[in-house]
Every structure is written in C-alpha cells, then in structure tokens.
Design a protein around this ligand. Sequence first.
Ligand code: IPM
Ligand code: MG
Length: 360
Amino acid sequence: MERILVLPGDGIGPEVVAEARRVLEVAADRFDLKLEFEDDLIGGASIDARNTPLSDAAIDRARGSRAVLLGAVGGPKWDAMPVDVRPEKGLLRIRKELGLFANLRPATVFPALVDASSLRREIVEGIDLLVVRELTGGIYFGEPRGNALVDGRREARNTMVYDEVEIARITRVAFESAQRRRKEVCHVHKANVLEVSQLWMTVVEEVASDFPDVELSHQLVDSMAMLLLREPGRYDVIVTGNLFGDILSDEAAMITGSLGMLPSASLGEGGVGLYEPVHGSAPDIAGQDAANPLAAILSAAMLLEHSLDAPDAANAVREAVSAVLADGHRTADIAGQSFDGPVTGCRAMGGLILARLGDA
Ligand code: IPM
Ligand code: MG
C-alpha cells in the first residue's frame, strides 16, 4: 500500500485537488496500484484550525507517506500577516523539512491550446521546456533575515546564499533530466553582479564535465526574461536558483497559455515527493467550480511517474488530458476569445478526464 498525503490548502486548492485525487483513484484501479489517501491541513486552513501554517503532525504524516499531493496556499484573509507566520510559510516549511531541493516545472504547449497563449502561434508551437528550480536554498531561506530599526529608519534584510553542494546536486538533476530530453541545459544567473551567481557558474561548469553528451549554455536572468518571450523554442532544460526559478517558471507558464495547465514535482534526498500545480490559490474564483483542475491532474501524473514508478499510468493521464482538450472542452481560463462553446467547470472537467481514463 502506498500512502498519499493530500494537503488541499486554500482557495481553489481543495477543488482542484479533489479532481486530481479522483484521477489517481481511477489510474490506480486501471494500472493495479494500491493507494491509500490521508488528508491534512496546510496554509490558511491550518492557521485557522491550528494556529500554524503547517503542524508538526502534518510534517510527520508527510514523512511517512510515499508522496504529497498539494493544492495551493494563501488568500486575502491572511495577507496582512508577517511572512514568518503566513500560509506560504507552510509551503516553504514542508519543502525544507522534506529536503525537496529539486523543483521540476515542465511547460509544454498542448496542440489544442496553441491559440490560448498571448504569444503568436509560430512562437509557442511545440514548446517543451523544463525549469529545474532550486527549492530549499538561496534568498528564500538565507540568514540573516528580518526587520530592524537602524538609526530610526525601518530596514529589512534577506540573504542570498548557496554552497557548492546545493548547487552541484540541483545541477545534476538538470543534466540528468536533459539526458532524457533534447540534451541541452541553460544555466540562468546574474553573475555580472552577484558572487552567488559566480559560484553557480563555476560549479555548474564542473558538474557539466561529467555530462559530455549534454550541451551547456549560460544566460543572464534579465536577458533570459526577454529571450523566453522571443524564442522559447530555443530552450530545453533551464537550471537556476530559487528566486530566479520562481519568476521564470511563471513566465514559462504564461508562454503556454495558462497557469492553470502547469504541474510541478519537488524531489529530494528522502523518498517523499511533493506534487503541486504551479498556480496559486486564486481566491477570486474559489468555491465557484470555475477553476481549471488540469494542473493538479497533471501534477498527479508526475506523482505517478516519479513517486510510484508508473510511467504508463502517468502517460495515460496525460493522454486523457490531451484528448479532452482536443475534443474542445475548456475551463474558463483556457477558453480564449474565439471560444464559443459552453465553458466547463472544475468538477465536470475532472469527470471528463476520468471518463477518458477509465474507458481507454
Ligand atoms: C511557487 C509560489 C511559492 C514560491 C509561494 C506561494 C511561497 O510562488 O511555488 O512558485 O514562491 O515558491
Ligand atoms: Mg511562484
């Protein structure tokens, strides 16, 4: 029996995760996997019930699971809280405590959705990028951090720090991923200004020498922000630190047309993997059955692939998603202006995927 911990979180998290869970149940049935599910709280939901964005009990449960399926955290209700007690802290804590240093964020364009992107069709057609983001270091976690009053002025401080071990291990993940793809890695940095990036350059080059079959390039983060829009098709695997990866993965998502389509996997030294959609909690549409569950469902596909070693099941889920889109079904976020059919709700979209998956 493989235990999956479900952490629905806030906003649209519970709605999209419910669909992803149904998909896992049907996939388990069809591919003979034995799964059991447990639920717990994270984010604002956990703050409201337990006064902490992630309880120790939830962490223990996560450690005892094969994988964690997470929705989203945060919302206006908790926006005024200081950073160290906000819903987002729950997410940062689970990543850190489970040692999930490697965040894989694939951005692929489904053929049926080429026109959903705000970029021209010829630029986005066939895009298949993988952002490999370092997830447990850098400015997100560096010390010292905090607020102070200095000479009567309010001051705030964060620290960007990486050591060579942290850089080397994420770089290896990127190169190993590239070996299964187009064999190109682009390292994104700010080495014209930051010592941290200069160390990344050196260590990335060292690791690259173990992968002679993979081509390495380096790109400054500011020009990368531009190049990703101009020629996204030029890139295969992008490897970068926590903050740059956060920003560029949203940009890559937008190239594909909708943040509602993009899954992620966070992997580390321990055996537990965490899977979550890249999108946020979208409080403005929460509870209206209007969310797109496909990013969560595609995250479930990544869970099948990376944590359950069930690539066939993963592909079946992806094919179901592709087929349902090809049939013309659209949630509101991917409907686009020229779409004239009725928009599909979150639950119904999940149902369409289930039907495909069960039938096949
Ligand atoms: C993400 C999110 C998180 C991050 C937030 C919610 C803490 O933006 O997963 O990209 O910055 O890592
Ligand atoms: Mg982000």
